[in-house]
Design a protein around this ligand. Structure first.
Ligand code: FE2
Ligand code: FE2
Length: 217
């Protein structure tokens, strides 16, 4: 069980869930921009179409979340600063295609949406409903990223493929550290909505192992 045994205070819950929604929406907005930028340089039509579809999906997520946040009475002040956003966009802009797939789809999309999924059972009905469409689209995005990454890896010589996969945990760790360095108080927010943060991290580690197994299967 992810649920924390401590009783969740209703005021703290509302404020913390509001902040988590702000964060999720900001990340979706960033992904929308990152995918839109990548369309032009994506290696083929299939990739361009997937990125274009995802750009539209993320735009829909931002709009759904914005509508819900207004209704929920969230303080929508951005948590990720403009400077940090620029840093994230620059990181993805400079990545070669394979590294782009690994960072965006394994780390941000797969592990990010896994963390959001874990919040769903703890959420109030309105928040849960607001996450329904976005989370179902994220499955699609992760499926594209993993399939495409597998496809690209299959074209590499075995040694190069193994070396790339071996580096993925370090890539994820580095990105996670950058995110933690933003000091957004994420552990406190998760705890305030009733999640066991340490357990959540363990579950994310397991998901990461699962993704890596899928890549080499
Ligand atoms: Fe999204
Ligand atoms: Fe997504």
């Amino acid at each position: 069980m992810l649920q924390n045994s401590t009783v969740v205070n209703a005021t703290d819950y509302r404020a913390a869930m509001g902040q988590l929604l702000v964060l999720y929406t900001q990340v979706d907005h960033l992904i929308m921009e990152i995918c839109a930028e990548r369309i032009a340089t994506a290696p083929d039509t299939a990739a361009k179409l997937a990125l274009a579809k995802q750009t539209g999906d993320e735009s829909r997520h931002v709009s759904i979340q914005n509508t819900w946040m207004e209704k929920f009475g969230v303080d929508a002040t951005p948590l990720i600063t403009a400077e940090q956003q620029a840093m994230i966009r620059a990181h993805f802009r400079d990545l070669p295609w394979l590294e782009f797939l690994a960072d965006l789809y394994l780390c941000v999309e797969a592990l990010g949406s896994e963390a959001v999924e874990k919040i769903v059972p703890l959420a109030d009905p309105g928040t849960r409903e607001s996450l329904r469409v976005p989370l179902s689209d994220e499955l699609d995005h992760v499926a594209f990223g993993v399939t495409r990454l597998k496809q690209e890896l299959a074209t590499l010589p075995a040694q190069q493929r193994r070396a790339f996969v071996a580096c993925i945990p370090d890539r994820i760790e580095a990105l996670t550290e950058v995110f933690h360095g933003f000091d957004l108080g994420v552990p406190t927010l998760f705890t305030a909505v009733g999640a066991d943060y340490r357990r959540l991290c363990e579950q994310l580690d397991l998901r990461q192992d699962e993704l890596l197994d899928e890549l080499v299967a």
